[in-house]
Ligand binder design. Structure first.
Ligand code: PLP
Length: 490
C-alpha cells in the first residue's frame, strides 16, 4: 500500500458489487448463450496455463475487465463444458438460474452455519427443505426431522457414505466393544461407486473385510440377495461382524438398481446398517412412475441423492437422510468450550457440525430452496421426464443400427451401448469401441465416457444437462454413427 488511508481496501463496497456483479452476470449469461461454440471436452495440453499466466500474484489491483478477459482467452479453453447440451460423459452436474441465484445469495450473505446459533435460519431452512424433498420422494416418516431422523446436506455422495459408515461403525462398536474394529465387515456389489472403498479406507475397515460381491448381466448388474446372505452367514461363522451394506439405485456404470427390500431384510435381521446410494437416480424418484426404484427404502438406515447432479442445484449439494441422527452425532460431535452456547447446551437445536466431517458449512440449502420454489415440483418432474424420453429415443436409434447394440436395458437417462463384435472377436471389439470414444471426443462436438461390463468396453451416454434438447441427441448420434462407420471400414 503506497499512501495510507486513500488506498485502504474496501472489499465490500456495495456500489462496486453492483457494477461488477452486473458485468459478471452478463459474462455468464453470454457464456450460456454461446456454450455450443466451444469444444465440449477441453483440447489443451497438460501445463498449458503455466505458459499463459504470470509467475506471481499482482502487487496492485487489476480491473474486472482484465480478469474477465483472461477468463475468456485463457480459462475457457481449459474448461470441459459440463453445462454444454452435448455433455453426455458423466452423470450431469446441473447448473440453473435458480441454483445459481441461490449460490450467489449464499456467497453474498457469507455466513458459516455450523451450529444453530451461528445462523438459526441456515439450520432450520436445511431441515425444512430436506423434509420437503423427503416428502417428494415419499421417503418413510422416520427420515423426517420431526422424530429421531432427519436430513443434512453434505458436499458429496462420498462424504455421505463416509458419514453413514462412521455412524454405523461406532454404533456397532458400542454394542460389541471397541476392540472389534478389525472384525467389522462391509458389503456391496462390484458395481458400487469407489466412494465406498474410500470410506472404508478412512473409517479403518480392513481391506479384506470389504466384501465386494459379483453382479453380472443375469440381473442387469444388480446385487443378488442370495449372494449377500451367503457372504454374511459365512462371515458370522468365521466370527466376523457384518455391519454395513451399501445398496445402489442407479450405479455409475450402468444405472443398475439393487433389490432394496430383499437386501434390507437381510441387513435388518443381522443388525447391519443399510445405506442406499441413489446419487444420480434419486432425482428421478420424485416422479410417481419412477418411485418404484426406491421401493424398499423403508428398510434403509440412510439414503443419499445428489441434488447437484440431476436436480438443477449447482454443485455442491448432496442430500443425506438418516433414521437415527444420534448415530451420527454420537460419532461426530465435539464440544469445545469456544463453541458452547445456550441453545446447544439445552439440547433444543440441531447443530449440523455434528452430522458431518468439517466444522464450517456453507448455506447450501438456499440454492435447493430456490430450485424448489422457482421451478416447483411438477416442472422438476417434467424436466426429468424429458431427459428420460430423450434417452429412450436414443436407445431406440442405437438398437435400430445393426453396427451397434444396447448393452444393458436403459432405466433412467443413461444409455450404455457399443459397436458389436465382428466374428466374435471381443478384443478387437473393445479396441474398436475405445477408438470410437477417442474419435468422438476429440471431435469436440460431444463428450461421452466409457465403462467395462463383464469385460466389454461400453460407451456411456448420460443425458441430463439442462440445455440438452432432442436436436442435440440426434446430432450426437449422427457423429457417433459417422465415426463408427469410418472405423468399421478400416
Ligand atoms: N455414487 C454414484 C452412484 C455416483 O454416480 C457417484 C458419482 O458420479 C458417486 C457416488 C460419487 O459422487 P460424489 O462426487 O458426490 O462423491
Amino acid at each position: 500500500m503506497e499512501n495510507g488511508s486513500t488506498n485502504v481496501l474496501k472489499p465490500m463496497d456495495s456500489e462496486q458489487l453492483r457494477e461488477y456483479g452486473y458485468r459478471m452476470v452478463d459474462f455468464i449469461a453470454d457464456y450460456y448463450k454461446t456454450i455450443e461454440t466451444f469444444p465440449v471436452l477441453s483440447q489443451v495440453q497438460p501445463g498449458y496455463l503455466h505458459n499463459l499466466l504470470p509467475d506471481s500474484a499482482p502487487d496492485h489491483p487489476e480491473t474486472v475487465e482484465q480478469v474477465l478477459d483472461d477468463v475468456k482467452t485463457k480459462i475457457l479453453p481449459g474448461l470441459t463444458h459440463w453445462q454444454s447440451p452435448t455433455f453426455f460423459a458423466y452423470y450431469p452436474s446441473n447448473s440453473s438460474v435458480a441454483g445459481f441465484l441461490g449460490e450467489m445469495l449464499s456467497a453474498g450473505l457469507g455466513i458459516v452455519g455450523f451450529s444453530w446459533v451461528t445462523s438459526p435460519a441456515a439450520t432450520e431452512l436445511e431441515m425444512i427443505v430436506l423434509d420437503w424433498l423427503a416428502k417428494l420422494l415419499n421417503l418413510p416418516e422416520q427420515f423426517l426431522s420431526k422424530g429421531n431422523g432427519g436430513g443434512v446436506i453434505q458436499g458429496s455422495a462420498s462424504e455421505a457414505i463416509l458419514v453413514a459408515m462412521i455412524g454405523a461403525r461406532d454404533k456397532v462398536l458400542r454394542r460389541v466393544g471397541k476392540n472389534a474394529l478389525g472384525k467389522l465387515v462391509v458389503y456391496s456389489s462390484d458395481q458400487t461407486h469407489s466412494a465406498l472403498r474410500k470410506a472404508c479406507q478412512i473409517a479403518g475397515i480392513h481391506p479384506e473385510n470389504c466384501k465386494v460381491l459379483k453382479a453380472d448381466s443375469s440381473t442387469n448388474y444388480a446385487l443378488r440377495p442370495e449372494l449377500l446372505q451367503e457372504a454374511v452367514s459365512k462371515d458370522l461363522e468365521a466370527g466376523s461382524i457384518p455391519f454395513f451394506l451399501c445398496g445402489n439405485v442407479g450405479t455409475t456404470s450402468s444405472t443398475a438398481v439393487d433389490p432394496l427390500a430383499a437386501l434390507g431384510k437381510i441387513a435388518k435381521s443381522n443388525e447391519i446398517w443399510f445405506h442406499v446410494d441413489a446419487a444420480y437416480a434419486g432425482s428421478a424418484c420424485i416422479c410417481p412412475e419412477y418411485r418404484q426404484y426406491i421401493d424398499g427404502v423403508e428398510t434403509a438406515d440412510s439414503f443419499n441423492m445428489n441434488a447437484h447432479k440431476w436436480f438443477l442445484t449447482n454443485f455442491d449439494c448432496s442430500l443425506l437422510w438418516v433414521k437415527d441422527q444420534y448415530a451420527l452425532t454420537e460419532a461426530l460431535s465435539t464440544n469445545p468450550e469456544y463453541l458452547k452456547n445456550k441453545a446447544s447446551q439445552a439440547n433444543l437445536v440441531v447443530d449440523y457440525k455434528d452430522w458431518q466431517i468439517p466444522l464450517g458449512r456453507r448455506f447450501r440449502s438456499l440454492k435447493l430452496w430456490m430450485v424448489l420454489r422457482l421451478y416447483g415440483a411438477e416442472t422438476l418432474k417434467n424436466y426429468i421426464r424429458n431427459h428420460i424420453k430423450l434417452a429412450k429415443d436414443l436407445e431406440q436409434l442405437v438398437s435400430q443400427d445393426p453396427n451397434f447394440e444396447v448393452v444393458t436395458p436403459r432405466i433412467f437417462s443413461l444409455v450404455c451401448f457399443r459397436i458389436v463384435p465382428v466374428d466374435n472377436d471381443e478384443k478387437k471389439c473393445n479396441d474398436r469401441n475405445r477408438n470410437l470414444l477417442d474419435a468422438v471426443n476429440s471431435s469436440g462436438k460431444l463428450f461421452l465416457s466409457h465403462t467395462a461390463l463383464s469385460g466389454k468396453i461400453v460407451l456411456r451416454c448420460a443425458i441430463g444437462a439442462p440445455l440438452t434438447e432432442e436436436k442435440h441427441v440426434k446430432e450426437a448420434w449422427k457423429v457417433i454413427q459417422e465415426e463408427a462407420s469410418y472405423l468399421l471400414r478400416k
